[in-house]
Write a protein that binds this ligand. Structure first.
Ligand SMILES: [Zn+2]
Length: 127
């Protein structure tokens, strides 16, 4: 048996955890700590890393940084907010437009090459 916590409870748990630790350099650890908080409300709660990250993105007091690594897979959606990516193009020596990397239309995350993936997420409490 499991239950899905509402956004509001995840938001509150996130703020509580990050207020306490100030900075958490692992999405896995953040999930563990948030889930501990949520299980204090209901022990059947489950939540995914991705949902926690997307809710954290909506909270002004929380800043998300991402370290990148090379990947063979091309990025389809933004690794921070899930937003749409646009291809950044530059002109080469011959005046031709060539794709350089990608940029998120929502949060501004820049991928200098299309083949980059998240290595590590860092969640910081701003206040
Ligand atoms: Zn984004």
């Amino acid at each position: 048996m499991y239950k899905i916590p509402p956004d509001k409870e995840i938001k509150e748990a996130l703020i509580k955890v990050l207020k306490k630790y100030r900075e958490i350099g692992s999405q896995k650890l953040l999930k563990k700590l948030v889930l501990e908080e949520l299980r204090g409300i209901d022990r059947y709660y489950v939540v995914s890393d991705e949902r926690i990250r997307k809710i954290a993105f909506q909270i002004n007091e929380i800043k998300i940084d991402m370290l990148k690594r090379k990947s063979r897979r091309e990025a389809i959606k933004c690794y921070i907010c899930g937003g749409e990516l646009e291809t950044v193009k530059v002109k080469n020596l011959f005046g031709e437009e060539v794709p350089l990397g990608k940029k998120c239309k929502t949060c501004g995350l820049v991928l200098e090459r299309a083949g980059l993936a998240p290595k590590k997420y860092i969640f910081v409490y701003r206040k």
